[in-house]
Design a protein around this ligand. Structure first.
Ligand code: S3P
Length: 432
């Protein structure tokens, strides 16, 4: 494939969720430009409407209006969060401060994902939960008056951190948190500071004080760097050309995969950016490159957690081996990504293994061919679809439609960046 032209990607998923949730707490109407309109964003909007928020239809290229009422009203039905872990966990934080019972559920993938990581600390703040045996959804939260929290999180996770900070906002109580190794995305902290809340970071601790107020706001959501990552990957594996990806979020807590790709020899230029809505935004220019293997250390993982499927498929085309350390969190994503990455790479003829919390991938220039099982996981589907752009590849993804969870029109966008896929294998240099 030869790549060409310039492309934009859908709005950032994390920022869209946070903007919808915070706008629901504002007493008035907020306007969101460039917001994500994928299945996950729709799930978030749907449950917020059930709680009394007015949200205009999530249509692409339209400004979305969100009319908040400061406090949620009790929902008359179960809140179905679909596939969206961000919706479920962050909403639990807000509901913890509301004096009524609400029941959350989700699709089979979300129902299996752990929720105790947020219900335990929210319980320490005073919320009550009725959970089924085991861990996961459905569960019922009964919120009320909260007390402040000082808490050391067992895992680095922006979802846990944000749930607790949002509980602090809605409950008007201080929250002090510590993340273990590695810093997760900080979009919530940035937004809260924009509303005047003191959020201070020192020696790995984050201290929030309830000194601000959420007011209606206008926000332009940047393109999602995690979606752009798949196009960066396809352009890196291409035979020629160059691809520009315009207007993507470049928050340093999200750019970890670009640093790893640079180590792997990828040619990604980050253009001069600007700031929008408290977040750095800019363009990427990607040219094909010969990749080499690398080692990804434990402390790097939180900053590239969503890009590991893509990095792993790129590692399968690199010279030498790549090792990802401490990636146990991948077991509790939309699928068991730890197992699926390794099993799918083997299914298409690559050498890969998951051993405890470590994933190892051996690079090769053999043509990838075989059937890939996604278990409905959007990022597994998109990562392996990227591998199918290699000349001569025959990678059959069992369900590419799940890409709609975060990247509407992914297949069309991927086709649109390239000029004809050659039929026969084209071996370029030694690494492919
Ligand atoms: C997200 C945080 C990450 C990430 C998810 C979105 C967020 O999850 O995988 O896609 O918006 O806060 P964890 O915080 O559980 O690692």
């Amino acid at each position: 494939m030869i790549v060409r032209g310039s492309v934009r990607v859908p709005g950032d998923k994390s920022i869209t969720h946070r903007a919808l949730l915070l706008a629901s707490l504002a007493g008035g109407t907020s306007h969101l430009g460039g917001a994500l309109t994928s299945l996950d964003a729709r799930s978030c909007a749907r449950v917020l409407r059930q709680l009394g928020t007015g949200i205009s239809p999530l249509a692409p290229d339209r400004v979305i209006t969100v009319t908040g009422r400061r406090r949620f009203q009790q929902p008359s039905e179960i809140l179905n969060c679909g596939n969206s872990g961000t919706t479920a966990r962050l909403l639990l934080g807000l509901l913890a401060a509301h004096p009524f019972a609400a029941t959350l559920t989700g699709d089979p993938s979300l129902r299996r994902r752990p929720m105790r990581r947020v219900t335990v600390p929210l319980g320490l703040m005073g919320a009550r939960f009725a959970e089924r045996p085991g861990d996961g959804l459905p569960l019922t939260v009964r919120g009320g008056r909260l007390t402040g929290l000082r808490y050391e999180m067992p895992v680095s996770s922006a979802q846990i951190k944000s749930a607790l900070l949002l509980a602090g906002v809605a409950g008007r109580v201080p929250v002090v948190l510590r993340e273990p190794a590695g810093r997760s995305r900080d979009h919530t902290e940035r937004m809260l500071r924009a509303f005047g809340y003191p959020v201070e970071e020192q020696d790995g601790w984050i201290a929030f004080a309830p000194g601000g107020r959420v007011e209606p706001f206008d926000l332009q959501v940047p393109g999602d760097l995690s979606s752009a990552a798949f196009l960066v990957g396809a352009a890196s594996l291409a035979e020629g050309g160059a691809l520009a990806i315009l207007g993507v979020g470049l928050n340093p807590t999200r750019t970890g995969f670009l640093r790893v790709l640079a180590r792997m020899g990828a040619r990604v230029e980050v253009g001069a950016g600007h700031e929008a809505g408290g977040e750095p935004v800019g363009d990427l220019l990607v040219a094909p490159a010969e990749l080499r293997g690398t080692t990804v250390a434990a402390e790097e993982i939180p900053g590239l957690i969503d890009e590991i499927p893509l990095l792993a498929v790129l590692a399968s085309r690199a010279a030498g081996a790549t090792t990802f350390h401490e990636v146990g969190e991948l077991r509790v994503k939309e699928s068991n990504r730890l197992e699926l990455i390794a099993a799918n790479l083997r299914a298409i003829g690559a050498r890969a293994e998951a051993d405890g919390n470590v994933v190892r991938v051996e690079g090769s220039d053999r043509r990838p061919a075989g059937r890939v099982r996604t278990d409905g996981d959007h990022r597994i589907a998109m990562a392996f679809a990227v591998l199918d752009t290699i000349p001569g590849a025959r990678v059959q993804v069992d369900d590419l439609s799940c890409a709609d969870v975060s990247f509407p029109r992914f297949a069309e966008t991927l086709r649109g960046i390239g000029v004809v896929k050659r039929k026969t294998a084209f071996v370029k240099g030694s690494s492919r």
